[in-house]
Design a binder for this molecule. Structure first.
Ligand SMILES: [Zn+2]
Ligand SMILES: [Zn+2]
Length: 790
């Protein structure tokens, strides 16, 4: 492909735009970069160099050698460079050299997804000497093969889940492997964030403790997408001091990045419904159609499973009118597919049989799809790291490629297409995780105690300063027993099976077609009530189903094929109870900002059915259990004087407008927090009330969506001023008059987006920001009294 090719593709896509529409907000051209080679390190055995050359790697890049040299010297290292920059070689060199020198040495490879692990295993098998016997050990490994792996493999490929559930609890059976454990490879380590990341951090510390027991002290080699502070993140994840190699020396072709905002829909809507933009999925489908017609191999990333289905469906329909053969070359891919279905699609894209693929972020990791001409990112994937990871699928060395970011109806997306520097100019965010979260530490310490009794001197490395407090709680609850020599697990059953490190709160709910017994997919238990409640419309591979029954005890949703003329929207009642206020700042003028532990109590109470135009047909009540989530929240409250405009500094709001103003400000703030914390809006939630029980004032809460919190609300607390300033900016830069999904409406609102007052939200945020700006130093209020209410 020529250098100008990406521009041609963009022209092609712009050619499909109607004359009165102007969706292109910004075009940036990222220049091509030359590569920088290095020589093979002298310590790499000749046969390995030979095999690498045969596999197509003539010479390594400088960053690969820099990281490999550090690991070789025994230094824990993280390599954080772009997609397709060859991070694998950085650990393959030291690991394979080490395994070849010491015939009893072993290594462990961890990946967040099976697909990625399988790819890396294939590469390792090709590069290894015969006696290394690289092998997978995960949930799919047949029971009869597991013993062979434990006895013979010197390079085991697994995931944190299996390390937690299968290796550490039965470490005696792994004695041969652990005794000579020399390297631990943690691939795609930036994906270990939030609650999952916090769990994995302790699992890795458990591994270090058990390995030490067998006399091993392995070197950690981590691979990460580009991130703001890889050294700090890797050190926090492993509990070992890591050094970062983050100067990417791989060559890169020119990349054209287009920021695209679908136009507001012009068809006059009735009933005062908010104007809406053409959906990002529909717009992406149109762009995909144009690119496939132009012969460009294109990957479309869509936020939801349903969206991926619809985007491929729409593109196929449009292509069928041009050329039936082209329609066949577009498909959808998502994580809920069964393994056979997934492999089939991966193979078709690899062979070029498929030209266009619409996918959720399931494909973001792990599959090395080379030579794509274009990537369409429909909806901000939550972090700049993810955005660049997805964009990085386009183009190979020397080739120009096109990346189109299509904004969804969402305040964050609106903000980004109007502020390209926030997307393209800002550094990638660092990873947020908190291994000291007591909701993580308590179950993790129980597992550790069951593996090997805990002694006071092993605690600092395992669990930091929180350990003794958390253990005291476990002793009191009868989970572990305190003896003079340490803390012991004295129950018969191991605790591991009860500890879900993905934080998905338990077993997945299985979606089954009632008539045929066909398994359609799975749904996370915490979202089951809102996504597969009785009466919900459920889409799978473009087919439509309606849910007949949700059995939460059996983790089963029964559905039947039906394509009704409506879609369904759950209604949720949510309340926040402050359990412990950990921090509070009081600002002159009547603003108070708090942070602490809360209970979020939510219940799906019914659902709305909406017709094709979006009009509400009816509301159906549901009787489902409520769910309590103990987590952390940031909140701000405004005194009555401040809201009314009696206090200096504000115009004030009519009392009747306050509920809609707070609600709108809450939605927009949830939409913008991902700009400051490594989360997406589905990781967090919010509640706003005119008079909250705890504060006695008009209050907006934004809370973490995971038990114990994952650090997101805390980021909001520490970045309150820039966060709320960006929130205000996102609302005012949307050209709608009364609020739309691009500014103050939320796709996950449990109240059907009512009431919402866009102008009122700006007033509320102005009041808050004026208090924040006027005061250099807030009063730090004593918290002792506040905590008694919990
Ligand atoms: Zn708007
Ligand atoms: Zn809402």
């Amino acid at each position: 492909m020529n250098r100008g090719h990406a521009r041609d593709l963009l022209d092609q896509v712009l050619g499909g735009v109607t004359a009165n529409e102007d969706p292109l907000r910004h075009v940036a051209t990222l220049p091509a970069r030359d590569g920088e080679h290095a020589d093979w390190p002298t310590w790499v055995p000749d046969p390995l160099v030979e095999r690498l050359r045969e596999s197509g790697i003539d010479r390594p890049w400088a960053h690969q050698v820099a990281a490999a040299d550090l690991a070789r010297a025994g230094q824990h290292v993280v390599i954080a460079t772009g997609t397709a920059s060859g991070k694998s070689l950085a650990y393959q060199l030291p690991v394979l050299a080490g395994l070849s020198e010491d015939p009893r040495a072993t290594a462990l490879y961890l990946s967040p997804t099976k697909a990625l692990g399988a790819d890396q295993l294939r590469a390792a098998v090709e590069l290894s000497e015969r006696d290394v016997r690289p092998a997978a050990y995960d949930g799919d490994t047949p029971q009869e093969d597991r013993e062979w792996v434990r006895a013979h493999s010197r390079w085991v490929f697994t995931n944190p889940d299996m390390l937690h559930l299968g290796v550490l609890p039965r470490h005696q059976r792994w004695a041969r492997f652990l005794r000579r454990l020399s390297f631990v490879v943690v691939d795609e380590c930036h994906t270990y964030r939030g609650l999952f990341g916090s769990h994995v951090a302790v699992v890795l510390r458990r591994l270090s403790r058990i390995a030490a027991r067998y006399g091993a002290s392995p070197v950690f080699v981590l691979a990460s997408a580009t991130s703001a502070d890889p050294q700090e993140s890797a050190t926090r994840l492993t509990g070992r001091e890591c050094v970062a190699v983050d100067r990417d020396t791989a060559p890169r072709g020119e990349r054209v990045v287009a920021l695209w905002e679908p136009p507001l829909s012009s068809d006059g809507e009735t009933g005062g419904a908010a104007p809406s933009r053409r959906s990002a999925g529909a717009e992406a489908a149109r762009i995909l159609t144009d690119l496939v017609v132009a012969g460009a191999r294109t990957l479309v990333f869509v936020r939801s499973r349903v969206g991926a289905e619809l985007a491929s469906l729409h593109a196929r329909d449009a292509l069928a009118e041009v050329d039936a053969g082209l329609a066949e070359r577009v498909a959808a891919y998502r994580s809920g597919y069964l393994p056979e279905e997934r492999r089939e699609l991966e193979g078709a894209l690899a062979s070029g049989e498929l030209l266009g693929l619409a996918t959720t972020s399931a494909l973001e990791l792990g599959i090395d799809i080379a030579g794509l001409d274009a990537v369409v990112v429909a909806g901000y994937p939550g972090t700049r790291a993810s955005f660049w990871q997805q964009a990085g699928r386009a183009g190979r060395a020397g080739q120009s490629s096109l990346v189109v970011f299509v904004a969804r109806d969402d305040p964050m997306d609106t903000y980004l297409v109007h502020h390209p520097e926030a997307l393209l100019g800002a550094p990638v965010e660092s990873t947020v995780l908190d291994p000291a979260n007591p909701h993580v530490l308590a179950p993790q310490l129980a597992c550790a105690a069951a593996e090997l009794p805990l002694t006071p001197d092993c605690l600092p490395a395992l669990a930091g300063g929180q350990a003794e407090t958390v253990l005291a709680g476990l002793v009191e609850a009868g989970v572990v027993r305190r003896r003079p020599t340490g803390w012991y697990w004295t129950h018969r059953e191991r605790p591991h099976d009860q500890v879900d490190i993905r934080g998905s709160g338990g077993e997945q709910v299985v979606v089954v077609e009632g008539d045929t017994g066909r398994l359609l997919g799975t749904v996370a238990p915490e979202t089951a009530c809102s996504s597969v409640h009785p009466g919900a419309v459920y889409l799978h591979r473009g087919e439509s189903f309606v849910v007949d029954e949700l059995d939460l005890d059996e983790h089963l949703a029964l559905v039947h094929a039906e394509a009704p003329d409506w879609s369904t929207f759950p209604r949720t009642a949510t309340d926040v109870v402050v359990v412990e206020e950990e921090r509070r700042l009081e600002y002159p003028g009547g603003l108070t900002v708090g942070f602490g532990q809360v209970d979020v109590i939510s219940q799906v109470v019914g659902y709305l059915r909406r017709g094709p135009s979006g009009a509400v047909l009816d509301q159906v009540p549901l009787d489902l259990p409520s769910r309590t989530l103990r987590t952390r929240a940031v909140w701000y409250s405004l005194s009555e004087d401040l809201v009314r405009g009696v206090a200096p500094g504000g115009a004030g709001l009519d009392p009747a407008r306050v509920p809609g103003a707070l609600h709108a400000a809450e939605h927009a703030a949830i939409g913008l927090l991902p700009l400051f914390a490594t989360c997406d809006r589905w990781d967090i939630g919010g509640v706003s009330t005119v008079v909250h029980e705890h504060t006695g004032e008009a209050t907006v809460f934004v809370h973490d969506g995971h038990p114990g919190g994952a650090g997101f609300a805390e980021r909001g607390f520490s970045a309150l001023m820039p966060w709320l300033a960006a929130t205000r900016e996102a609302i005012t830069s949307c050209e709608c008059s009364a609020g739309c999904p691009s500014c103050v409406q939320s796709p996950k609102c449990g109240n059907g987006n009512e009431p919402l007052d866009k102008a009122g939200a700006v007033v509320v945020l102005d009041l808050v920001l004026s208090c924040l700006r006027r005061s250099g130093s807030p009063l730090v209020a004593p918290l002792a009294a506040a905590n008694e209410g919990g």
